[in-house]
Structure formats: structure tokens, C-alpha cells
Write a protein that binds this ligand. Structure first.
Ligand code: IPM
Ligand code: MN
Length: 361
């Protein structure tokens, strides 16, 4: 079965980690009925340099025609310290999420036993943590209008807006995940202060009472949730939250895993899906063969499972990544001074897939 995958490497380390991910997909496809066809497209600073637009029409078309999308990273320091820049690479990512309707971002977190020492947190806190952040991705402060400056330019404003419909559709996804996991959803909000958070609570309670009474539902304010995540991460199963809170909390969850370079994500919409690591473009690391490709490779595992319904392929990629981690074949973000680079880790994982697939798939 042919499957078209749009490949959007993006900026910084994006192209390097994507090369290793494509290597791994090619390794899997030797043993799978899924035949991947890759189509590359520009996004982010690279796209601005080539076309003036961080998410060009052509990239949108390629995404729409593809069965699914793999995305690397976005962001370039030449825009970071220039508040007057008219176009920014990040706008490309946000427009892509919005125009493809990718409203739910799924970020699973479960530390590898062999890496417990890589977390700055104590082993007995991190051990056994296993949760997923379900982050709303196309609403809230990231997109609300009005936004901008007053005429004088001495006041700036962003607006947080949510409709019941937007909350409902992402909450459904969180409850469904919980049913397949440990059966608990924690809604993270700031209902003691924000009107949008109060609508989230009301809506999620209503949905829970109507359809998901078998799932346990509790609530935490976001400040408290951030503390709980680093002091008692085993408390969580499925964290449901709005766009900005989810962005912040999912970076915090990188501390639990030992490196943000290990965390994949799936962005799901009604008709499309996209898979991306949660980390950024790490421009200081670009071209040095030091970036950790595992988060993107694990995103490809999620792609097989969620977009193609191919559980065996997803599992073997995951197992091959665990082989790398458990044998110490890791980039320096995990083991400082490690002599394994991006390419070596990708080669090792592809090699493990060949070994494992001879019998498995
Ligand atoms: C992420 C990133 C993006 C976000 C940036 C690059 C716009 O941090 O995917 O978490 O804030 O959503
Ligand atoms: Mn982020």
C-alpha cells in the first residue's frame, strides 16, 4: 500500500534529524506492506529565504495531497532578536497547524529506565512516570484576535479566545486516550482567574457527565500542575490543556525524560495528521552532527500507528530506539562527551530494525 509522506525538514537541526528519520522509515519499509513515497517541502526560515513566505502555497498543496506529514523544526536566531521582523519562521508553523486543522497535539512522556540518571530529578520521583499531554493546538492566545499594538505603539495585546466547540473536540480526544490508558484525565487550567478556563471546566465536565463517566476526571490550576509535574509526575495519566499552557508544560516534561530530544508528538485534525518532535530547531547545534534524532524517529513511530494504523511498524521503531538508548548509543544531550552523533544514532537504529524485523513483522 503506497503512502505519501510530506517531509518538511525546516530549520536548524531539522534537515539532519529528518535525514535519519527517513533512513529509519526506509529500513522499516523493507519489511512492511506500507510503501512510503516522500515529497519534500520548505517551511520556516528556509522558506522565507527562498520565497519570502514561511509557509508557501506549494508547501500547503504538498501537505494537502499527502497521506500524512512529518515535520522537523522551525526557528532561526536571525529573527529572534528582531522584534520588527515582518515575517517570522514560527508564523509558518502556526499557519500550517491552523490551515490543516491540526487541533490536538499529543505529547507522550515516559522515561527510559536506563536513563533515569539523565534527569535532573531524583530517580524515585521520575521512575514509573507515564503520561500524555493533550494540548489544544489551534486556539487560545496563539491565534486570538485582536492582537498587536495600539497606535502609539506603547501598548501590546494578545487575546485568549475559546469556543465550546473547540474545547469539546480536543477533550473527546483526551477522554479517548484515557480509556486506552490508565483511565484518568486531568484538566489543567487557570479557572480561578480566566474566563476561558471557566468555559473549559464547564464544557469538559458536561462532556464527562454525558459520555465519559467511566473515566476519572480531576482539575488542577496550571501553576500547581507545573509543580506537580516535577514533584509527583506519576500523578498524571492524560493532561488536557489549552494551547499556551500545553506548550509550557510539555517543555517541563522534557526534564522528566532526561532530554527534550527524546519526546515525539502527533498533531491530529479531522482529516489530516502531522508528526513532529516537541523540541525546537537548536540552531547552535546545526551542521555539527550532535542533534538527537530520536524524538523525530519516535514521531515516525506515532505516524505508523496513528496515521497508517500500523501498530507492528510503530512498535519496532520504538523498540529499536530503546535498544539505542539502553546500549548507550546516544547523542551528547543524553551522555555528555558521547562520540555518537546524529548519523551514528540513526544508523544504529536502522540496523536494529533490520535485526528485529527479520523475524518480527
Ligand atoms: C512547539 C513550539 C512552537 C509552539 C513554536 C516554535 C511556535 O514551541 O511546538 O511547542 O509554541 O507551539
Ligand atoms: Mn514549545
Amino acid at each position: 500500500m503506497k503512502k505519501k509522506i510530506a517531509i518538511l525538514p525546516g530549520d536548524g537541526i531539522g534537515p539532519e534529524i529528518m535525514e535519519e528519520t527517513v533512513k529509519v522509515i526506509n529500513a522499516v519499509s523493507g519489511y512492511s506492506s506500507i510503501e512510503p513515497e516522500f515529497e519534500y517541502a520548505d517551511i520556516g526560515a528556509v522558506a522565507i529565504d527562498r520565497t519570502g513566505d514561511p509557509f508557501p502555497e506549494k508547501t500547503y498543496d504538498i501537505c494537502m495531497k499527502a497521506d500524512t506529514i512529518l515535520f522537523g523544526a522551525i526557528g532561526d536566531p536571525k529573527y529572534d532578536n528582531d522584534p520588527s521582523a515582518k515575517v517570522r519562521p514560527e508564523q509558518g508553523l502556526l499557519r500550517m497547524r491552523k490551515s490543516l486543522g491540526l487541533f490536538a497535539n499529543i505529547r507522550p512522556v515516559s522515561p527510559y529506565a536506563s536513563l533515569l540518571d539523565s534527569s535532573p530529578l531524583k530517580n524515585d520521583i521520575v521512575e514509573g512516570a507515564d503520561f500524555v499531554v493533550v494540548r489544544e493546538l489551534t486556539g487560545g492566545m496563539y491565534f486570538g484576535e485582536p492582537r498587536g499594538r495600539n497606535e502609539m505603539g506603547d501598548k501590546a495585546f494578545d487575546t485568549c479566545v475559546y469556543s465550546k466547540y473547540e474545547i469539546m473536540r480536543v477533550a473527546e480526544i483526551a477522554f479517548e486516550y484515557a480509556r486506552r490508558r490508565k483511565g484518568k484525565v486531568t484538566l489543567v487550567d487557570k479557572a480561578n482567574v480566566l474566563a476561558t478556563s471557566r468555559l473549559w471546566r464547564e464544557t469538559v465536565k458536561e462532556l464527562h457527565a454525558g459520555k465519559y463517566r467511566d473515566v476519572e476526571l480531576d482539575f488542577l490550576y496550571v501553576d500547581n500542575a507545573a509543580m506537580k509535574m516535577v514533584s509527583d509526575p506519576r500523578f498524571f495519566d492524560v493532561i488536557l490543556t489549552e494551547n499556551m499552557f500545553g506548550d509550557i508544560l510539555s517543555d517541563v516534561s522534557g526534564v522528566i525524560n532526561g532530554s527534550i530530544g527524546l519526546l515525539p508528538s502527533a498533531s491530529l485534525g479531522e482529516s489530516r495528521s502531522l508528526f513532529e518532535p516537541i523540541h525546537g530547531s537548536f540552531p547552535q547545534g546545526a551542521g555539527k552532527n550532535i542533534a538527537n534524532p530520536v524524538a523525530t524517529i519516535l514521531s515516525a513511530a506515532m505516524m505508523y500507528e496513528d496515521a497508517f494504523g500500523a501498530a507492528a511498524e510503530g512498535r519496532v521503531i520504538r523498540e529499536a530506539c530503546a535498544d539505542a538508548v539502553n546500549s548507550g548509543v546516544c547523542t551528547p544531550d543524553i551522555f555528555p562527551g558521547s562520540s555518537y552523533g546524529t548519523k551514528e544514532v540513526g544508523d544504529y537504529i536502522a540496523g536494529r530494525i533490520h535485526e528485529r524485523c527479520k523475524n518480527a513483522l
